[in-house]
Design a binder for this molecule. Structure first.
Ligand code: SF4
Length: 214
């Protein structure tokens, strides 16, 4: 497998291209902010989530702050993101659990994170990797799609992709893999008609399931 070469190429590509929202938030290595940003980013464009999280983090920085905000005020801050009412409620629920069960901290354990409402494997892995700098592979739709096209895995669900990637990707690449593939999936290996003609890893790609490309 050309995994090492692919990672090298993607690393170069990534250096020259814009970082994602979670990369920006994770610079602070604050697991609470990473968790909240991930939940808010679900089904919402990065630009909108970024604006909203900036506004939110200008008034709160902990679960204790969050539960003190009036429901209406929180909904007003979140208004421009998808499902803002549901997400406002969820953020409060999560904050309350963090205070009651984890002493106001975000747990650094995948299984514990998965017990929080609205937290799936992708979000839990992002918190582990971006918030705590611990090993994990966060698989979203981009990582799932590209891993299958490259022929790394042959899976139907992102959860299975994660399990398979954990077996074949050396641990030293786990954290960075998500960064590279999410960024790459938004710009080059897009869901419909990927830009194979300008793809830096085309020579390594099996193009599994790719019927039309540019
Ligand atoms: S060659 Fe095409 S399908 Fe393969 S990774 Fe590049 S853009 Fe995606």
């Amino acid at each position: 497998m050309n995994l090492e070469n692919i990672i090298k190429e993607l690393r170069e590509y990534y250096k020259e291209n814009n970082k994602t929202l979670i990369d920006k938030v994770s610079i602070e290595r604050d697991p609470f902010k990473v968790l909240i940003s991930c939940i808010l980013s679900q089904r919402t464009k990065d630009e909108i989530t970024e604006k909203v999280t900036n506004n939110l983090f200008s008034v709160i920085s902990s679960p204790e702050d969050l539960i003190k905000i009036e429901d209406k005020e929180l909904e007003k801050i979140l208004y421009s993101i998808g499902f803002y009412k549901v997400k406002a409620k969820r953020l409060k629920e999560i904050s309350k659990i963090l205070i009651d069960k984890y002493n106001g901290s975000v747990p650094d354990d995948l299984e514990e994170l998965l017990k929080l409402p609205g937290v799936g494997r992708k979000t839990a892995n992002i918190v582990i990797t971006k918030g705590f700098n611990k090993d994990g592979i966060a698989v979203d739709t981009h990582v799932h799609r590209i891993s299958n096209r490259l022929g790394f895995v042959k899976t139907k669900k992102p959860e299975d992709t994660e399990i398979n990637l954990r077996k074949i990707v050396p641990k030293k690449y786990w954290i960075e893999l998500n960064d590279y593939l999410v960024n790459f999936g938004k710009k080059i290996c897009t869901p419909i008609s990927p830009k194979c003609s300008i793809c830096p890893i085309e020579k390594y790609c099996k193009k599994v399931g790719v019927k039309k490309f540019r």
